[in-house]
Design a protein around this ligand. Structure first.
Ligand SMILES: [Fe+2]
Length: 244
């Protein structure tokens, strides 16, 4: 399995605080069958994103853990005006590795109507938006149809694996299920932050997804689709969502 969204670098955001925890998280992931992990530190008002510095941390972590899992640098990119301007000026600064794919998280407090325009601008500058954990966003949760429409427009939708098993509460679980049933989920990821609560385990979510949409689609969500992202290729499983 491939996890495209995790927080496994020390002291750079609200993720782990020590190298010991980072290493323990990677060991847990490897035991779960995760072969690749995208380290996606936040870039927002609170956390500054310094790509060369973070790349150095990735290399150090890789040295500490050996070959598996392979660590790749990305960013949990907060969709703010300033961030979008910076990404447009530096299209390779926030994407996953050297690919076109950009993990984008939304504010919990407001989602501007001109969102589609921001997506288009990023797209025109060579970036494909991966909408992260919409099932946990209090605004989007009320309007999952809007998420499905973004999928129809070409956005990749990433749901938190543990949302499917109820860790984020009943409303998030229901929206995650709704999206899955409407063919509007393309990737499951851990969004792991620690070794206790938000853990780097994906197999449970894969099994939960398999019970809903079958083994083959579940495998696409944790294997072939995330692999295509790392290879900078179009996603093999990218159906038209079932819009209401
Ligand atoms: Fe995250």
């Amino acid at each position: 399995m491939i996890d495209i969204h995790s927080h496994i670098l020390p002291e750079v955001d609200d993720g782990p605080k020590s190298w010991e925890t980072c290493v323990a998280m990677c060991r847990t992931a490897a035991e779960d069958g995760i072969t690749h992990m995208v380290a996606a530190p936040h870039a927002n008002d609170r956390y500054h994103y310094d790509r060369p510095y973070l790349q150095g941390l990735v290399e150090h972590l890789q040295n500490l853990i050996g070959d598996t899992p392979k660590i790749i640098l990305g960013c949990d990119f907060h969709l703010s005006y300033d961030n979008v301007q910076d990404a447009l000026a530096h299209p390779k600064r926030y994407v996953i590795d050297d690919t076109r794919y950009l993990l984008v998280e939304f504010s919990n407090y407001s989602i501007p109507q001109q969102m589609t325009e921001s997506f288009r601008k990023l797209w025109d500058n060579g970036m494909t938006v991966i909408v992260t954990h919409p099932e946990r966003n209090p605004i989007l949760r009320e309007d999952p149809q809007r998420i499905a429409e973004w999928a129809q427009q070409g956005c990749v939708i990433q749901v938190t694996g543990s949302a499917l098993t109820g860790f984020w509460g009943e409303r998030s679980r229901r929206v995650a299920l709704w999206l899955l049933e409407h063919q509007a989920v393309h990737v499951l990821a851990t969004d792991a932050h620690d070794t206790q609560k938000r853990v780097p385990i994906l197999s449970t979510a894969r099994d939960a997804a398999a019970a809903i949409c079958g083994e083959q689609i579940a495998a696409s969500l944790v294997e072939s689709n995330p692999r295509a992202i790392l290879n900078n290729e179009p996603l093999p499983y990218f159906p038209s969502p079932r819009l209401a």
